[in-house]
Design a protein around this ligand. Structure first.
Ligand code: FAD
Length: 125
């Protein structure tokens, strides 16, 4: 694997990371517990600190400061992330994504209960 200064590797990393992030918000509960909400918020802040592309991480940290994670529901979290991704798209000269198509675009292939509620009941989904 080439180092992350290579534009192809950086783009591949970005695509993989966005996919995980979007699927995570789309699997977030409609009615999250306070612990779910805190966990999602902390996840994004830790992600932004540890993301391997330094330039991307610095910019994402700034975005998070200006637009803190929305964690009140699956809908608010997924739309919030979609709009942040669109801000990154804009900065990189990429087209805007229609956030109304999130559900039809993303499928993790993991039916059943979501991660936050299934941790103690199933490890096979
Ligand atoms: P991507 O932007 O990777 O998107 C992948 C797919 O997601 C698209 O094909 C589309 O189907 C879908 N999609 C597009 N927009 C949205 C949206 N708004 N909501 C939901 N789905 C969408 N690269 C840099 O060069 N500089 C940076 O500063 C930088 N910052 C980044 C910050 C983060 C947090 C991440 C995860 C990545 C960052 N990247 C950055 C990488 C960059 O955003 C792209 O991932 C990379 O350039 C590949 O772009 P792409 O055109 O393949 O589509």
């Amino acid at each position: 694997m080439p180092h992350l200064g290579n534009a192809t590797a950086k783009a591949e990393l970005g695509r993989a990371a966005w996919r995980v992030l979007h699927l995570m918000t789309l699997r977030f509960p409609d009615k999250p517990t306070p612990d779910d909400r805190e966990t999602l918020k902390n996840y994004f802040h830790l992600f932004a600190r540890l993301y391997p592309c330094g330039e991307c991480a610095a910019h994402f940290q700034k975005l998070l400061k200006e637009y803190p994670p929305q964690t009140s529901s699956r809908k608010s979290a997924s739309l919030w992330l979609c709009s942040l991704h669109n801000m990154v798209n804009k900065r990189l000269g990429k087209p805007d994504f229609d956030c109304l198509t999130l559900d039809s675009t993303y499928d993790c292939g993991c039916n059943g209960t979501n991660a936050t509620t299934s941790a103690s009941s199933s490890a096979t989904e």
